[in-house]
Design a protein. Structure first.
Length: 155
């Protein structure tokens, strides 16, 4: 997915990974952008695992090439945007797909942003943890304010 020009004015970055928590975070970011006149960058990270490159037991996995992983990420972020964005809202939302670790990609994307919004739990970790590793890393290292959306958004 080609990069687009960053719109002038405030920008909110929302981390997306396909989890319910990340969709809730995107929904929250879009509502906040509507209140503040900001644009939203819905950001997803992807990486090509070393095991896939080496071919270890990956023959039955649908994701075989780096392009498969990138295309899968593009679909996840596009689905998240289409399920949360009301076109009548007028909020500009742009999908951004970047290769790399989730926390690093989100921190890079948030440079110059007015806000970074992430879900509290993604696809891994212990169920009893209050924050996932990515959200915790973002809270500790972001250069802009961070909102962590906990739980599923009732809206």
């Amino acid at each position: 997915m080609p990069a687009q020009e960053t719109p002038a004015g405030p920008r909110i970055v929302a981390g997306v990974d396909g989890s319910e928590s990340s969709v809730s975070a995107l929904r929250w970011a879009i509502r906040q952008a509507g209140l503040t006149g900001a644009a939203v960058d819905a950001v997803i990270a992807w990486h090509y695992p070393d095991l896939a490159a080496a071919g270890y037991g990956m023959a039955s996995v649908a994701y075989e090439t780096p392009d498969d992983f990138r295309e899968g990420a593009e679909k996840i972020v596009a689905d998240a945007i289409s399920s949360t964005l009301d076109p009548a809202s007028g909020v500009p939302v742009r999908a951004r797909v970047a290769q790399g670790g989730a926390a690093e990609v989100l921190l890079d994307a948030s440079a110059g942003a007015s806000l970074l919004v992430v879900g509290s739990r993604g696809h891994g970790g212990f169920a009893e943890a209050l924050l996932g590793s990515v959200s915790q890393h973002c809270v500790q290292h972001a250069l802009c304010p961070v909102v962590v959306v906990r739980g599923q958004d009732p809206a």
